[in-house]
Design a protein around this ligand. Structure first.
Ligand code: ADP
Ligand code: MG
Length: 385
């Protein structure tokens, strides 16, 4: 579960990680009054979950009172488009107003679990700021990774490895080391799947300050953190995912154009793999569940079709508890209610498969039958190609 920058910074402060003083606002008058209290300059920052706000016009530094008002007017209510929001962008409902800081150097710092080494990775670079993706692509040697065994925890040598790697000046080592340790503890205590600060800055006064803050908390662990649970912002949820949750469907939207409906998470993962192997890209992950009924299938189908990127659908069902005839009924019901305007490939095996095939064949829908998994993937990949 992602939280906003201002919320992550509240947790940072709890762990003695310095952040600029500031306050959150949802109208222009509030922005002006916070700015007045803080004194100029201030940064006015759109609060959406996606990064890359600065480049999209969602972060503005205001040096005069008029600039505060105009930044607030520009940003509040804008649909902010960044590399991470996709072309549809995200409506800005809140801004963080914080003290403008004198930046000497912008560093990058993140903490993430690393599956390959089964450890917690500290990823950092001297070349922080808004172009970190570019740094990673063109000068990967400028990115340093230090791996911490979670059973041992963060030790002095980890801190030194990071700090020497960043070529920090002596004066900042002590505060930096303490901050990194605090962040590591925050990461572990809060069951995070990511903490990212870009930029973590060195100020003109040799202070170390987190100017940006991103946190992602493992959704399965949120129940352990009521303070984080309260930070959930429903406006940031994907509408299709919310709709799916209402029907107990396990749906995650992805970037491709092959919609797929599968029963069982393992089969769904395998189906996404074979779609990719056939040269196409899945538009979603959807596990209708082992015990799905016709209504769930119908809703799943409707949710897949609500994604305008979907150019073809692959239904891959292994009929066990969810029988093939029930699945077929759900598909037919859904297709009759919805204007089905994309081709559908069906691969179905298992309980009552003949009955299922008969229902589909007699439905009058133009469905494409597949012999097996590879055939199904190839057929749907050919459709969207
Ligand atoms: P994003 O990563 O979404 O673009 P950031 O919070 O990193 O948003 O802000 C973008 C840039 O704006 C930062 O790299 C920094 O240069 C500048 N900035 C952000 N907050 C402040 C602040 N409080 N004072 C001065 N500059 C800031
Ligand atoms: Mg940033």
């Amino acid at each position: 579960m992602k939280i906003h920058e201002y919320q992550a910074k509240e947790l940072f402060r709890k762990y003695d990680v310095p952040t600029p003083e500031g306050g959150v606002a949802d109208d222009v008058a509030q922005v002006e009054s916070i700015a007045e209290k803080l004194g100029l300059p201030v940064a006015v920052k759109a609060q959406i979950h996606a990064g890359g706000r600065g480049k999209g016009g969602g972060v503005k530094l205001a040096r005069a009172a008029e600039e505060v008002s105009s930044a607030a007017k520009d940003i509040l209510g804008m649909t902010l488009v960044t590399k991470q929001t996709g072309p549809e962008g995200q409506l800005v409902r809140k801004v963080l107003v914080e003290k403008g800081v004198n930046i000497k150097k912008e560093l990058y710092l993140s903490i993430i679990p690393d599956r390959d080494t089964a450890s917690i990775a500290i990823v950092t670079s001297q070349d922080g700021g808004m172009d970190i993706e570019e740094v990673a692509a063109s000068t990967p040697e400028r990115i340093i990774k230090v791996f911490v065994n979670p059973l041992i925890g963060i030790q002095g040598y980890h801190l030194r490895e990071v700090m020497f790697g960043l070529e920090l000046e002596k004066e900042v080592m002590k505060p930096f080391g303490q901050i990194l340790k605090n962040l590591y503890n925050l990461f572990v205590d809060y069951d995070c799947s990511m903490v990212e600060i870009n930029p973590l800055i060195i100020t003109e006064e040799n202070g170390v300050v987190a100017l940006d803050a991103k946190m992602d908390i493992d959704s399965s662990a949120v129940y352990r953190h009521p303070d984080v649970k309260a930070m959930h912002d429903p406006f940031e949820d994907d509408p299709a995912e919310l709709e799916a949750a209402k029907f107990d469907l396990n749906y995650i939207k992805l970037d491709g154009n092959v919609g797929n409906m599968v029963n069982g998470a393992g089969l769904a993962m395998a189906t996404m793999d074979i779609i990719k192997q056939a040269g196409a890209n899945p538009a979603n992950f959807l596990d209708v569940g082992g015990g799905a009924n016709a209504e769930m299938v119908e809703n799943g189908f409707r949710i897949i079709l609500s994604d305008p990127n979907v150019k073809g659908i692959l239904i891959n069902i292994f009929g066990g508890i969810l029988r093939c005839d029930v699945l077929a009924q759900g598909v037919v019901q859904a297709a009759k209610k919805i204007d089905l305007n994309v081709p559908v490939v069906v691969r179905m095996e298992g309980t009552n498969v003949d009955e299922g095939r008969r229902i589909l064949a007699e439905s009058g829908l133009s469905l494409i039958n597949a012999e097996n998994l590879a055939d199904a993937a190839q057929k749907v990949a050919d459709i969207v190609a």
